[in-house]
Design a protein around this ligand. Structure first.
Ligand SMILES: Nc1ncnc2c1ncn2[C@@H]1O[C@H](COP(=O)(O)OP(=O)(O)OP(=O)(O)O)[C@@H](O)[C@H]1O
Length: 313
């Protein structure tokens, strides 16, 4: 089903998970919705819980609290298994199988198997069909794993840093293949990655994890529209707080991240309404926005007093 009533690609409520080890749970009280039909960038710093979230969505782990649904179904249910493909970082494949055996297995296990699509991805990597999977380089194994995932013709494709071990040319090619796949078949894709410039051109939804919680689940264009990078004299930092008083609160800007150099303040601001003060204002690139929000925990604090103390130090 497509359209406004279509079930979300991912929907989580009160989602929490912890491994049977000490330490803070990687995911706490996560609530978010990723509408169907988007290419979603799942970002977060190392250890933020991206793989854990994808494993929960793929049905490899079960939530400790709350729930997550994929295309309206519980992960691991027969309907979800038929419609969702997950490519994990370890890319489990049978090393003794040849590439052709691997695709034959995909055809046997998946009723909607698309052999031409899977074969094309393998051929574009110049991989011989009779090569054993265990003898391929990690990058070529990634290509075979992606062929298996796309050949399934899933409605939702979950990819955990899928392109990390591919050369730049192969990365570009496979990214283009993923985009074409999404455009042609309406496939929803959730892709975790640290390569932010690449996400700028490809992703139209952002899911950002920070401190075990969802800090952003938002349309990428809406993020670009609402964020700006401002530069100006530190003395006017108060003006970034928006109009004073309770009525101004609704129009208060949020300083997501700030950097002080001498008397100059540069800040990533989520603005509500007009900015007061003499600021040089530039549009924020998606990469700036993501980096700013990833850093936000380290720089949380009052815009003005905190910045002045930094400058005085
Ligand atoms: N199998 C496991 N057993 C115990 N703890 C784990 C396990 N897998 C992950 N963790 C812990 O859970 C937290 C989240 O890890 P996760 O791999 O989900 O993060 P990530 O955002 O994917 O990280 P990265 O960007 O480094 O791949 C980390 O603190 C990690 O050490």
């Amino acid at each position: 089903m497509t359209g406004p009533d279509a079930p979300a690609a991912l929907r989580a409520t009160g989602l929490g998970f912890r491994y049977r080890t000490r330490g803070a749970p990687p995911l706490r009280d996560c609530g978010f919705t990723v509408p169907a039909g988007h290419i979603t960038a799942l970002v977060g710093r190392n250890g933020a819980g991206k793989s854990t979230l994808l494993h929960l969505a793929g049905g490899l782990l079960r939530p400790r609290t709350g729930e997550i649904r994929v295309l309206g179904d519980l992960p691991g249910s027969p309907r979800a298994r038929a419609r969702v493909a997950l490519l994990t970082q370890d890319k489990p494949l049978y090393p003794r199988f040849t590439v052709a055996d691997t695709l034959r297995m995909g055809a046997k296990l998946n009723p909607a198997w698309d052999q031409p699509a899977a074969a094309r991805i393998v051929e574009e990597g110049d991989i011989a069909p009779d090569a054993r999977v265990g003898e391929l380089s990690p990058g070529l194994r990634t290509r075979v794993a992606l062929a298996l995932a796309l050949g399934k013709r899933p409605e939702l494709l979950l990819l955990d840093e899928p392109l990390a071990d591919l050369d730049p040319v192969a990365r570009g090619d496979l990214m283009a293949t993923l985009m074409a796949e999404a455009a042609e078949h309406g496939t929803s894709i959730v892709l975790s990655s640290h390569v932010l410039p690449e996400l700028e051109q490809t992703c139209d939804w952002v899911l950002l994890l920070r401190d075990g919680r969802i800090a952003l689940s938002e349309d990428a264009d809406a993020l670009r529209d609402s964020h700006v990078v401002v530069t100006g004299h530190l003395d006017q930092a108060d003006s970034l707080d928006g109009p004073p008083g309770p009525e101004g609160a609704a129009r208060r800007h949020t300083v997501v991240h700030r950097r002080v150099s001498g008397r100059q303040l540069t800040a990533l601001v989520r603005r509500r309404g007009l900015l007061r003060g003499e600021w040089h204002v530039e549009p924020a690139k998606l990469e700036d926005i993501l980096v700013g929000h990833l850093q936000a925990d380290a720089t949380a604090g009052p815009t003005t007093a905190g910045a002045r103390a930094e400058a005085a130090a």
